[in-house]
Design a protein around this ligand. Structure first.
Ligand code: MG
Length: 275
């Protein structure tokens, strides 16, 4: 009787071992397939179209939120001294007029000359009245909360005209691009000012560059919570799955997307480092 029990448990144990072996083989093949797949992915593969966040009408805009005494002013309407051209690293090349700065498409994106780690950021942006295009080509810019200058990649909180403009919801205004869908859609119409208030917690890496902790984002859009301490999956890509690449401090980057027609404007940008 004992022998029979031993023999059946041997069969069970060896079946379990085989199962574990097959699982490992399967996982390894899947891992290598996914590496290949990343190269062959199309932009549509990482688009999510549902659920569509509910539209919420924000309260009336009552004027720019004046920076607190300990803030670093990144733009107060007078000059672009705190910013550089991401393409040339020289003068930012965007236009400053009427207390705002506007994207100049030919100049490309811009970034802060200062580097940051964790921070609270306030930024106001405006999609121009008479904006043209549709979907992702309508008032597209982006607040890259950290930007890798050498690799030209970063972590984007999407800026887009999401007022009656359908697109994939993980790419609408307030989305961490192709990652976290905003909780609601509080977008004002083109021509009105929009506000972002962001708390960015940079990802952590060891001194050797080993990944330790993901980046975290809390964001308010026109005063309404749209990202609630979400964990980022890595840099935000147009094509492919997010990945982490080690960095310590990084500049903040604003995107020039190249959409048709009049361009976006920004004003009243200030930051409070938290680290
Ligand atoms: Mg964008």
């Amino acid at each position: 009787m004992k022998g029979a029990v031993d023999s059946s448990s041997y069969v069970i144990n060896s079946s379990c071992a085989m199962l574990r072996l097959f699982t490992l083989i399967f996982l390894f093949s899947f891992a290598s397939l996914s590496v290949v797949a990343q190269d062959r992915m199309k932009p549509e593969d990482t688009e999510v179209w549902e659920p569509v966040p509910p539209v919420v009408t924000p309260g009336d805009y009552v004027g720019p939120l004046a920076p607190p005494s300990d803030a670093i002013i990144l733009f107060d309407g007078t000059d672009l001294d705190e910013w550089a051209s991401t393409r040339t690293r020289g003068e930012a090349g965007w236009s400053v007029h009427d207390g705002v700065m506007s994207v100049v498409q030919s100049a490309g994106g811009i970034h802060t000359r200062r580097m940051f780690k964790d921070y609270q950021l306030h930024l106001e942006w405006r999609v121009p009245e008479g904006v043209q295009g549709s979907g992702q080509s309508r008032g597209n810019s982006g607040l890259f909360m950290a930007w890798d200058l050498s690799r030209g990649q970063g972590y984007e909180l999407q800026i887009l005209d999401s007022y009656q403009n359908d697109t994939y919801v993980n790419g609408m205004a307030g989305a961490t691009y192709k990652q976290s869908i905003p909780l609601v859609n509080p977008m004002r119409p083109p021509g009105d000012w929009q506000t972002y208030d962001v708390i960015w917690r940079a990802p952590r890496f060891s001194e050797g560059g080993e990944f330790l902790e993901p980046a975290r984002v809390t964001a308010f859009f026109n005063g309404i919570l749209i990202q609630d301490n979400i964990e980022m999956e890595g840099e935000t890509y147009y094509i492919g799955e997010p990945e982490y690449h080690p960095f310590d401090e990084a500049p903040i980057h604003l995107q020039a997307h190249g959409d048709p027609g009049p361009t976006l404007s920004f004003r009243n940008i200030w930051i409070r480092p938290l680290d």
